[in-house]
Every structure is written in structure tokens, then in C-alpha cells.
Design a protein around this ligand. Structure first.
Ligand code: HEC
Ligand code: HEC
Length: 487
């Protein structure tokens, strides 16, 4: 405990006492004992502790400038209302392998409604898969875990190494350009939002959707996808309803494709979690335990220093900067990509984008909203339990000594890469571990798991977005909703 936090410490102590008092209260629910005069004391102490906790948390949130109102800013920042008709075309494309020249994958194969439009796997499986999206998905692995796409409307940088980003620091503002690696470079900067530009990329990725048979460059691949879309009467009809120029007989272009995908993504904004409602004044939106966890998150456990809620973070719980968090390196035994390092079992992260060795092993701070929906954590899914991911993060040096990959799918259990070079470069902020009591740890987990979860993003609700029939008539991917694990 540091000298700057006596008030929180007092509240934590009070929290412990309160729990004991609460137990007493329950114990005295037997009619006679309840008349005990101590009962009124207990209730008074409980409400005093709870009021004090609220004062501390509310003042911390105010200090950080956290409003809990980010979701409501979407249309204002787009400068227009969402176009539901266009979003629906995007939704159909999302699930339809017509966009994947290997005929077996679409966005949804990796960004699945079973997990907040994120991966069902610790490391993505792209082309040559078995058609299943869930724990039983099989096929050669790519290099990283697919992040959840919900809320990406607010991300100023994209991908685990931020290789796509808005130079303005604002995804809604293209005035300074959007940066992509070559061959696209800055050429997508004319598009209205970073997500619209991003949608140009996945169909061109050989390991994700395009496959290895089609001959040609990214532009050729896009033209072939467009040929398929323009040959589909059903898609032409749907696009025509959204765009007058197509109605007038014009061709579907990749701009149209990207606008439809991005519009669907805009509708997938789920940023109304208990912490937001709490910040807007609903004191009972968080439980007592979650409030204690929140105070740790925003304070002594120093999570918020990277999982930021201020400025360009857009209240997404990420600074959108790169840090070396010292995560164990996992390499699949069956992959269609070459991994980094002399033994081919490493991921150099940001260095892949900058070619600067100082950036080796750095990855973007994960935005934490709705993280409980994920079946795996970190860039390579090294952890499959949220508790383990958080515990490791509290003391990476100790954690790496104890790390085991036994919980991962069999093809990910063999290839753990070197640890020492990663830990040597550990972010200074993480070098000193954080000590938490078991109760504090549980509170921190409760806050991250439940306090940041928007209930509307749950699989039961997102499953309604799976189309009954694909406009292309192609075979649909099979989603394992029943087997989606929740934390
Ligand atoms: C083979 C699996 C796969 C497919 C198919 C796929 N993605 Fe992804 N997606 C990923 C992975 C993996 C990443 C992260 C890659 C990295 O950081 O190197 C990612 C990243 C993203 C991101 C950035 C998210 C963030 O947090 O920065 C967006 C947006 C996205 N994908 C959208 C799409 C769209 C739209 C489609 C379909 C047109 C699509 N993806 C198809 C695997 C896939
Ligand atoms: C030095 C910056 C930093 C600090 C401090 C920090 N994190 Fe992280 N966190 C990261 C980075 C970077 C990643 C992604 C690492 C990777 O995948 O290689 C991450 C990933 C995570 C993940 C996994 C999310 C996902 O999408 O897989 C969780 C959960 C998490 N952090 C929680 C916390 C909590 C809780 C705290 C406070 C105890 C904390 N972090 C402190 C930088 C930080």
C-alpha cells in the first residue's frame, strides 16, 4: 500500500469487515435473532462503507474524465445516422464465403458471433478449414488471435501491432491520412473511416480468405471478388437498394463492399457496460466487489496506465500504444505462415511493421471492453482463462516460470518459443509486480469480467445476426453456439 492511497486502503479494510458483518446479518435472519440491536449498527456500517466507496470511485472516474457516454457519440462523430439497410448488406457479406476466393471462409469464420465477433480459437484458422466455427474448428493456423470486432468503430489503431492507423489519432478523421503497409500505403485515405479502409484488406489475405490458387496481386483478388458479387443477382439487388448508382446499372465496386462491411461494424457497438451506467450515475450498476475491483484497476493495480480511458482511447480501455507485456510465445505445429526467430517459433510483433529491432515483441494494449466474451486471451491466445491472463499480467517474471500450455488445443502445446529475450525487454511498468490479496484479485477479475461487459453483446443475442440463408447460395459456416464457453 502506498502513502497516496490511505482512503482506498481504509475502504478495502472496511470492505472485509463489511463482508463479515454481512455474513452475520445472514446468520441472524432467524426471526428471534434479527431483533438484536446490533442489526441496525450493521446496516449503518454497511451503507457508510458503501457510500465511501462510491465517493472514491466517482472521484477517480471524474479525474480520468470517464463519461460512460462514448456509445452515444457514434452517429454524431460519423456525422450522419446509421444506414440499417446498408448494414444489413454488410451483415450478409460478413457471413458469406463469396468474398473468400478459397470458397471456405468469410469474416465470420474468424470473427464469430459466438464471441463478440472475435476468434473461437487461440490462434486464427483461416483457409482450408473444416467449415466449423467454434472449439472444433480445424485447419492450418495463421499467426495471431482475431480480436473482437465489436466497438472497433472507436479504435484509432488496428491490429495487434497497430499497422493500420489514422494519423489524426481519430478513426473518424481521415484528414491526415490512413496508414497501411505496402502495397496499400496511404492510398485508402480517401475513405471516410478507418474501418472502411480496413475492409479492403482481409479478402486479399491468402491465409485468411483468398487461398493460394488464384494468381494475381491484391487488386486482382479484389476484382475477382467483385466479379463474383456482380454476377450475383441477389447481391446486386441488395446493393442497389443502398446505392443509387448501382440502382442505375453501375457495377458494385470495392468501395461499396467496404462501406457495407464498415456499416455493419458500426452497428456492432456495445459500449454500455455496468461501468458506463455507473459513471452516468447509477450507483447500483456495479456490485460492491466490482467497485473494489474498479478502484484497483484505476489505481494501485495500475491497469489504467495502459488500459486507458482518456483522450484518444475513446474510453476503450486501451492507450492504443505498443508494450512488451512478456506473454509466453506460442507456435502451432500446423501453420500456413512462417513465424519469426531462428527457430521459427516467435512473433516479433511491432517489429514486423517497423523493421526496428527495438520494437520486437511489442503488441498493442488490448482494449478490454467485453473481454469476458473471449475464449482465449493475448495476441496468441496463450491463456484460456481470464483469471490466468490477469494473474500473469500482475507478475510476468513469476508467471512465465509457472506457465504451461496444457489448456490449449493439442497443436499449440508443443512450440513454446524463447522466454528470456522477451522478459529482458519487459515494459518498465510491468517490471515491478503488483501484490494483491486473494479477495482483491477476485474483485479485480469481477470488475474486468462483469463490469466491462455490455450484456447486449452476449452470444444469445448476436446469434440472431447469423443469416438463415446466404445470398450467394454457398455453403454456410457452422457455428457452435452451444459450445461457446463463458467466463
Ligand atoms: C483467417 C481469419 C480472419 C478472417 C477471415 C478475417 N479476419 Fe479480421 N482479423 C484476423 C486477425 C488474426 C486479426 C489480427 C491480426 C494481426 O493483428 O496481425 C484481425 C484483425 C481485424 C480487425 C482489427 C481489429 C482490432 O482490434 O484492431 C478488423 C476490423 C477485422 N479484422 C475485420 C475483418 C473483416 C471485415 C473481415 C472480412 C472482410 C475479416 N476481418 C476477416 C483474422 C481474420
Ligand atoms: C504496460 C502496460 C500494461 C499494463 C500496466 C497492463 N496491461 Fe493488460 N495488456 C497490455 C498489453 C500490451 C496486452 C496485450 C499483450 C499481448 O497480447 O502480447 C494486454 C492484455 C491484457 C489482457 C488480455 C486481453 C485480450 O484481449 O486478450 C487483459 C485481460 C489485461 N491485459 C488486463 C490487465 C489488467 C487487469 C491490468 C492491471 C492489473 C493490466 N492489464 C495492466 C498492457 C498492459
Amino acid at each position: 500500500m502506498t502513502a497516496t492511497e490511505p482512503r482506498w486502503a481504509a475502504i478495502r479494510d472496511r470492505g472485509g469487515r463489511m463482508r463479515r458483518l454481512a455474513t452475520l446479518l445472514v446468520a441472524c435472519l432467524a426471526p428471534a435473532a434479527c431483533m438484536d440491536a446490533a442489526g441496525t449498527d450493521i446496516i449503518a456500517a454497511e451503507s457508510a462503507a458503501s457510500a465511501e466507496l462510491d465517493v472514491a470511485l466517482r472521484s477517480r472516474l471524474a479525474e480520468l474524465g470517464f463519461t460512460g457516454r462514448i456509445e452515444q457519440t457514434l452517429e454524431e462523430r460519423l456525422g450522419r445516422r446509421l444506414d440499417r439497410r446498408l448494414a444489413d448488406v454488410g451483415r450478409l457479406l460478413w457471413f458469406d464465403p463469396i468474398q473468400g476466393l478459397n470458397d471456405d471462409n468469410a469474416c465470420a469464420g474468424c470473427h464469430s458471433p459466438t464471441h463478440g465477433f472475435g476468434d473461437t480459437q487461440p490462434i486464427a484458422i483461416g483457409v482450408d478449414n473444416n467449415g466449423i466455427v467454434g472449439p472444433d474448428r480445424a485447419g492450418p493456423r495463421n499467426q495471431r488471435r482475431s480480436p473482437m470486432v465489436i466497438n472497433t468503430a472507436f479504435y484509432p489503431t488496428m491490429m495487434w501491432n497497430s499497422r493500420f492507423h489514422a494519423r489524426s489519432g481519430d478513426p473518424f478523421d481521415n484528414s491526415a491520412g490512413f496508414v497501411f503497409p505496402e502495397p496499400e500505403g496511404m492510398t485508402l485515405s480517401y475513405l471516410p473511416h478507418l474501418l472502411t479502409a480496413q475492409a479492403f484488406i482481409p479478402p486479399t489475405e491468402r491465409v485468411e480468405a483468398a487461398g493460394f490458387h488464384f494468381v494475381g496481386d491484391n487488386e486482382d483478388i479484389r476484382n475477382e471478388v467483385l466479379r463474383r458479387l456482380n454476377a450475383s443477382a441477389s447481391y446486386r439487388q441488395r446493393f442497389a437498394r443502398a446505392f443509387p448508382e448501382i440502382r442505375a446499372g453501375g457495377a458494385i465496386t470495392f468501395d461499396h463492399f467496404a462501406r457495407a462491411i464498415a456499416e455493419f461494424e458500426f452497428t456492432q457497438t456495445y459500449a454500455d457496460a455496468p461501468i458506463d451506467r455507473y459513471a452516468r450515475g447509477h450507483r447500483s450498476a456495479l456490485s460492491h466487489e466490482e467497485k473494489l475491483g474498479a478502484l484497483l484497476f484505476f489505481g494501485r493495480a495500475r491497469c489504467v496506465q495502459c488500459h486507458a480511458v482518456t483522450g484518444r482511447s475513446n474510453e476503450m480501455f486501451s492507450d492504443f500504444e505498443q508494450h512488451i507485456a512478456g506473454i509466453p510465445q506460442i507456435a502451432p505445429s500446423f501453420s500456413n505462415l512462417e513465424f519469426d526467430g531462428p527457430a521459427g517459433n516467435e512473433d516479433f510483433g511491432l517489429e514486423q511493421a517497423t523493421r526496428n529491432a527495438a520494437d520486437r515483441y511489442a503488441f498493442r494494449t488490448s482494449p478490454l471492453r467485453n473481454v469476458a466474451l473471449q475464449p482465449a486471451f493475448m495476441h496468441n491466445g496463450a491463456f484460456v482463462h481470464l483469471e490466468d491472463a490477469i494473474r500473469y499480467h500482475l507478475d510476468a517474471a513469476r508467471g512465465s516460470g509457472e506457465y504451461t500450455s496444457v489448456d490449449l488445443p493439442p497443436d499449440l502445446q508443443g512450440g513454446t518459443g524463447p522466454v528470456a529475450p522477451v522478459l529482458e525487454r519487459l515494459d518498465p511498468l510491468l517490471q515491478k509486480g503488483v501484490e494483491l490479496t486473494p479477495e482483491e484479485f477476485d474483485a479485480l477479475v469481477a470488475f474486468v469480467r462483469d463490469g466491462l461487459l455490455d450484456p447486449d453483446a452476449r452470444p444469445e443475442r448476436l446469434r440472431r445476426l447469423v443469416p438463415r440463408k446466404l445470398p450467394s447460395g454457398m455453403d454456410a459456416l457452422v457455428f457452435q453456439f452451444e459450445r461457446a464457453r463463458s467466463h
